[in-house]
Design a binder for this molecule. Sequence first.
Ligand SMILES: Nc1ncnc2c1ncn2[C@@H]1O[C@H](COP(=O)(O)OP(=O)(O)OP(=O)(O)O)[C@@H](O)[C@H]1O
Ligand SMILES: [Mg+2]
Length: 109
Amino acid sequence: MKMVYAIIRPEKLDMVKKALEEKGYVAMSILEITGRGEQKGILLEYRGENVEVDTLPKIMIMMVVDSYDVNKIISIIREVGRTGRIGDGKIFVLPVEKMARVRTDETWG
Ligand SMILES: Nc1ncnc2c1ncn2[C@@H]1O[C@H](COP(=O)(O)OP(=O)(O)OP(=O)(O)O)[C@@H](O)[C@H]1O
Ligand SMILES: [Mg+2]
């Protein structure tokens, strides 16, 4: 099992969620985060003033999935989440030791 942390643009959440669901990847946690990538400090113009923004709002999707499915999930997220501009997001994949359902005694891993 793997934990996929996918950081995406907030406006892409609905489309990414729908595309994943269509392929059978339904269970996920969604977090509102702020962050920054390689381009530090973005200059925005707000009411005629230049404002430097240190971090930007993003969405983080957390999913525990079969190791098999990771590359498929990455390509779905890329297909839907990509604009081609900086800040489209990043995906991190970590090993998962165990998953346990609370309602039953099922455990995985
Ligand atoms: N190395 C990292 N470690 C942890 N979080 C990261 C890392 N890189 C990016 N992030 C997270 O992903 C979000 C989006 O990053 P972003 O898409 O700007 O990455 P990037 O590497 O700068 O790519 P790009 O050049 O396309 O902008 C950041 O706001 C931050 O939350
Ligand atoms: Mg960036």
